[in-house]
Design a protein around this ligand. Structure first.
Ligand SMILES: Nc1ncnc2c1ncn2[C@@H]1O[C@H](COP(=O)(O)OP(=O)(O)OP(=O)(O)O)[C@@H](O)[C@H]1O
Ligand SMILES: [Mg+2]
Length: 259
């Protein structure tokens, strides 16, 4: 069951929480009082503390923050891999806004398969499938049978791997594997692409190439790209830079002025 909701009025937003870009594009993602806490040894630890934000269609958002600050946690809540302690994530799908956090785990999985592309730090390709099969898989899972191969091949050409269609992932370099993962993330024409430290496991030069491809392909397709990274130079290319500090999302200028 897909639960939809009417846009709600924005809850209290302090000046520093306001978006730093003007919302000329439609809102794609909304976080509303989003909280995630973990309990360990009887002690609750608040990782994400009442996040209220909007992200726009076509925007490249760069998420910085120290190790353990909650970047992956936030991405996993947006993708529906994980569920929050409280609060909501909404994603606009055409005329309706889907409250991801109100869906069952199964429904979240279906939504993710159909509408979200994810690029992981460790590539997460399926070792028993060829390069081409890894890229066609999301289309098959989404039940899109027509033109599947052509679309996958076209994307693999874009990432420079047209000559490796029949190779298995363990025969590819890290950079090549991540290029397959980029093609896989875009093949089903998702609403948004989430990337969790996509260059974190690559050498600097390969990382630059992979990042360039990821930006080019998502921009050309008009997709929202939400990227967690440790690399501050990536931020220079982003439309908006946010820092996770003590469970809160902080705008770039504010984070810098606080040192
Ligand atoms: N399943 C879990 N149980 C308990 N604590 C958890 C769990 N998953 C994550 N955490 C804690 O949540 C916090 C945020 O973790 P998260 O992985 O989101 O950080 P991150 O910013 O992605 O870090 P990194 O840059 O190292 O990838 C950490 O303190 C982590 O220990
Ligand atoms: Mg992480």
């Amino acid at each position: 069951m897909i639960v939809t909701s009417q846009p709600r009025t924005q809850p209290d937003i302090t000046p520093e929480q306001k978006p730093s870009v003007s919302p000329t594009k439609p809102v794609l993602i909304r976080l509303e009082r989003l909280c995630k806490a973990y309990t360990e040894a009887g002690q609750s630890h608040m990782v994400l503390d009442e996040l209220n934000r909007e992200f726009y269609t076509g925007e490249f958002v760069c998420l910085l923050g120290k190790s353990g600050s909650g970047k992956s946690t936030l991405l996993n809540l947006i993708s529906g891999i994980d569920a929050p302690t409280s609060g909501d994530v909404m994603i606009r799908d055409g005329a309706r806004e889907v409250t991801i956090t109100a869906l069952s785990e199964h429904a979240r999985t279906l939504f993710r398969r159909n509408h979200i592309g994810i690029v992981f730090q460790f590539f997460n390709l399926i070792p028993t499938l060829t390069v081409l099969e890894n890229v066609t898989l999301p289309l098959e899972l989404a039940g899109k049978a027509n033109g599947t191969r052509d679309r996958a091949v076209a994307l693999l050409e874009r990432v420079g791997l047209a000559n490796r269609l029949a190779s298995y992932p363990d025969k590819l370099s890290g950079g090549e594997q991540q290029r397959v993962a980029i093609a896989r993330a875009l093949v089903h024409d998702p609403l948004l692409v989430l990337a969790d430290e996509p260059t974190g496991n690559l050498d600097d030069e390969t990382g630059v190439t992979v990042l360039k491809l990821l930006l080019e392909l998502t921009r050309d397709a008009g997709k929202t790209l939400f990227m967690a990274t440790h690399a501050p130079d990536v931020a220079e290319q982003a439309d908006r830079v946010l820092h996770l500090v003590h469970g809160k999302l902080v705008n770039d200028q504010l984070a810098k002025s606080n040192g």
